[in-house]
Design a protein around this ligand. Sequence first.
Ligand SMILES: [Zn+2]
Ligand SMILES: [Zn+2]
Length: 287
Amino acid sequence: MSLNDFILTNEVPIRLGCFLGVFGVMALWELMSPRRRLQTSKAVRWTNNLGLVFFNSFVLRLVFPAAAVGMAVFARGQGWGLCNYLEAPFWLAVPASVVIMDFFIWLQHVMVHAVPLLWRLHRVHHADLDIDVTTGARFHTLEILLSMLIKFAVILLLGPPVAAVVIFEVVLNATAMFNHGNVRIPETLDRLLRLVVVTPDMHRVHHSIEDDETNSNFGFNLPWWDRLFGTYRAQPRAGHVAMTIGIRTFRADKWCSWLPGMLAIPFVGKVQDYAINRRQWKSTHEQ
Ligand SMILES: [Zn+2]
Ligand SMILES: [Zn+2]
């Protein structure tokens, strides 16, 4: 059985096993060596954040039952996408596809911050008043569906091997849980890790309440894109313990910590407010 076939037939246990394994390790690590004191009780955070994650998995299966893997199989069957067209060898197509897909996730992340309508969806991720392992998968259902559509388009253009799609999704899932972890990592080790992966300290800058800090460190997995495109910021100005996490406009538990509020966040506020906010942002940053 080839690696492709093995991954295709065992996709669900591979994904679930990795998710539970990494989640367990991070949860223990957070208990033993937390980086910050949580603002909201862990019971409330976990019930609601994980509630959203389960709800999203259910909706995603319902709307796109074949998911990204199905699209990769389809592209291969049609001979569509760069890898299929060039008949790229497996050993090259897998790592190249993983890196290229990671770049598109980075680009998508920049886009959901830049486009006001999409920022409404992405606010759900940022409205969390703390960040911990559960924040890593806390996204509005519509953002999850949009991500899948973008992934479909990338897969059709790229034609990655099925193994690359599963590896990418498993690795992204694992690194998202890792870099949202409320864990302490010695500075020297953090500096070394940052050369190859986005660390918790690096991603925490992105969850700052300060606009310029939020608009940096968009990477979820590979740290290179931010350095390459000038959006890298090493540390938050206020330091990791004193910094405020979240967004200014949503501070109440009703929106930030409870599932019904989180699902409602994209529909709160007038579109006009964003034009004003963006003008304010521009004027403070162009001084
Ligand atoms: Zn973001
Ligand atoms: Zn995040």
